[in-house]
Design a protein. Structure first.
Length: 165
């Protein structure tokens, strides 16, 4: 995603705490003139990194193995992390994008799922840390949209992979 945004001519400030990611995935951007990297946990207070046109919240353990290993960090990044990044977007009146998931539908009773389907979700099941984190993150995103008029988008991604994954 970062590579594509840079290729479109934009400037990017990226952040990751490497909970489940790897520094080597950024090696090709080390000398890029329009890329700055901050090693940080988005659940913690964020440094002043200037104004933004767009804030993308893509931080989260994403695979079942990863969120099973980090259930509390997974809930934190969807809740506290979402709040921090929404505040960052609000400060600049930036557009905000949340990368959500097909797991929002839980164990769906409809196939294929449409956006009007609300899901069949178990809040105490083994995947609940991920499903509920993303559902909360979606609810928080809509609250900022409705309450502050923030321009928000939610992308429910279904199993997707790309370079270095
Ligand atoms: N790839 C898919 O099929 C898919 C499907 C549905 C949703 N998503 C969502 O899209 C986003 C990106 O997924 P991905 O597949 O590129 O995963 P990824 O594991 O490549 O990237 C997620 C990154 O978030 C980082 N991270 C985790 N907690 C953090 C925190 N508190 N602070 C800062 N960084 C943190 C990890 O270290 C990792 O590098 C995730 O939010 C994921 O839940 C992906």
């Amino acid at each position: 995603m970062c590579d594509r945004i840079l290729a479109d001519g934009h400037t990017v400030v990226g952040a990751d705490n490497f909970l489940t990611g790897h520094r080597r995935n950024l090696a090709h951007l080390a000398d890029h003139p329009r890329f700055t990297f901050l090693e940080l946990d988005v659940c913690r207070p964020l440094p002043d990194a200037g104004a933004f046109d767009c804030v993308i919240h893509a931080a989260s353990p994403a695979s079942p193995k990863d969120y099973a290993a980090h259930p509390i960090a997974t809930l934190d990044v969807g809740s506290a992390g979402s709040r921090n990044l929404l505040e960052l977007a609000l400060a600049s009146r930036a557009r905000y994008l949340l990368t959500s998931t097909s797991e929002c539908y839980g164990d769906p009773l409809e196939h294929p799922q449409t956006e009007s389907y609300w899901g069949n979700v178990n809040p105490v099941g083994p995947r609940s840390c991920y499903d509920e984190s993303k559902r909360f993150a979606e609810a928080m995103t809509m609250a900022y949209h409705r309450h502050y008029g923030l321009r928000t988008n939610i992308a429910r991604i279904f199993n997707t992979y790309g370079p270095r994954m």
